[in-house]
Design a protein around this ligand. Structure first.
Ligand SMILES: *Cc1c(COP(=O)(O)O)cnc(C)c1O
Length: 397
């Protein structure tokens, strides 16, 4: 017998839960792509995306996922042979760096390990040493989804300014946007990439690149930019999709309209506070379990943990056993450990992640936590007492 029949819950760090209202908006006949409602919708979508990213500047919308947005952003400002600095806190930082390398950039990794955030002082020291200003961009992943480490992007801007270095600050907010506080303009971010299937609560399929005028100036000096990735025409999607960009991502745009309506109604500050509160319930429970068992949070300090995802270690092979139990017996799918391994656990079966991004509320978090505890019991794994009480108290406070 399984207790998983009923509405299942995908609690992985993307794709996230798509609200029914978004799915309903996408379930419709194909619209006219040349004039009418779809084209008229574009200015409002852009304005609301800017509100989510806290920027007054430009946004280009691509059909593609986060990897597409990575490549799009790099293609507009990085030329063959350019040096880029990649402060790394996990697999996604490395991944964006590998993408830059594949495009012909020379990549320098500043490795901060898998447990702590970027150290702005170390970044500043590296930038100061670059007296000839060879570094063209710093690729800063706000939240690395593999480790759940959140770095201080504003501190990276401060490091650039203190060093008097002109490199572009490029941020990956694919996991964090709409979950963890992010303020593109106030934090001095020149380019930001995100995708539709995490905090934006949409199906995978849209990649977005935000860029300011400084980045646009760098783009203007490029000798060659891929026609598909060029962000200049895409910053005017009402013309781009109408005349020369090819078919618009029609149904995604209708879904995006509704997810942005939901976000505007809730308000960015409230969205961030909700994510913080839900995350604190998860952290409280995990810390309590860890008091009497092998479970541990990957990131020690709360200030360095993302509100969108929590990376955990249980020890091989119990991470995988717990994930399987919770999916097949409780209807909750937990995330795999990505890019994490140990000498006696090369495949990373001891690691797992809980996604808590986007359309997530208190009962979903409490249900997930209680299901995990039931899994510990079913699999005979030891754990500390009082975890569910801790979670309930965190939500009630
Ligand atoms: C999910 C994610 C990506 C990759 O996005 P895809 O849509 O899977 O290509 C990149 N960076 C971060 C931080 C992510 O969370």
């Amino acid at each position: 017998m399984s207790l998983a029949n009923g509405r299942t819950y995908l609690a992985i760090p993307g794709p996230s839960v798509v609200p029914d209202a978004v799915l309903r908006a996408m379930h419709r006949a194909s619209p006219n792509i040349y004039e009418g409602e779809l084209i008229d919708m574009m200015p409002g979508l852009k304005a609301d995306l800017r509100r989510v990213a806290r920027t007054e500047h430009h946004v280009a919308i691509y059909m593609g996922n986060g990897h597409a947005a990575w490549e799009a952003a790099l293609s507009n400002v990085i030329s063959q042979g350019d040096l880029v600095l990649v402060p790394s806190t996990g697999r996604f930082c490395e991944g964006w760096g590998e993408m830059a390398e594949a495009l012909g950039a020379s990549v320098e990794l500043l490795d901060f390990g898998m447990k702590s955030p970027m150290d702005a002082d170390a970044i500043e020291a590296r930038l100061r040493a670059d007296t000839e200003h060879k570094i063209q961009a710093v690729l800063a992943v706000h939240v690395d989804t593999s480790t759940s480490i959140k770095s201080d992007v504003a501190a990276v801007r401060a490091a650039l300014d203190a060093a008097g270095h002109p490199a572009l600050l490029m941020a990956d907010c694919i996991a964090s946007l709409g979950c963890d506080r992010f303020e593109m303009d106030a934090w001095g971010v020149d380019v930001m990439v995100t995708a539709s299937q995490k905090g934006l609560m949409l199906t995978p399929g849209l990649g977005m690149v935000f860029f300011n005028d400084r980045a646009a100036e760098v783009r203007a000096t490029m000798t060659r930019v891929s026609r598909y990735w060029d962000w200049t025409p895409r910053a005017h999607p009402e013309h781009f999709f109408q005349y020369f960009g090819g078919t618009a991502p029609t149904h995604h745009l209708y879904g995006l309209r509704v997810s942005l309506d939901m976000m505007m109604a809730e308000g960015m500050e409230t969205i961030w506070t909700r994510h913080e509160k839900l995350a604190s319930a998860i952290w409280g429970a995990c810390e309590a379990w860890g008091q009497g068992g092998p479970l541990s949070l990957n990131v020690e300090k709360r200030a360095h943990r993302s509100f969108a995802v929590t990376a955990l270690r249980l020890g091989g092979p119990d991470g995988t056993r717990l994930r399987r139990w919770s999916e097949h017996q409780a209807g909750v799918t937990l995330g795999i450990g990505l890019g994490m391994s140990e000498p006696d656990d090369p495949k990373g079966d001891g690691f797992l992640r809980i996604g808590h991004m986007g359309h997530v509320n208190a009962h979903m978090v409490l249900g997930t936590l209680a299901s995990i505890q039931a899994g510990f019991d079913a699999l005979d794994l030891p754990y500390g007492a009082g975890a569910l009480d801790m979670a309930a108290k965190a939500l009630a406070s």
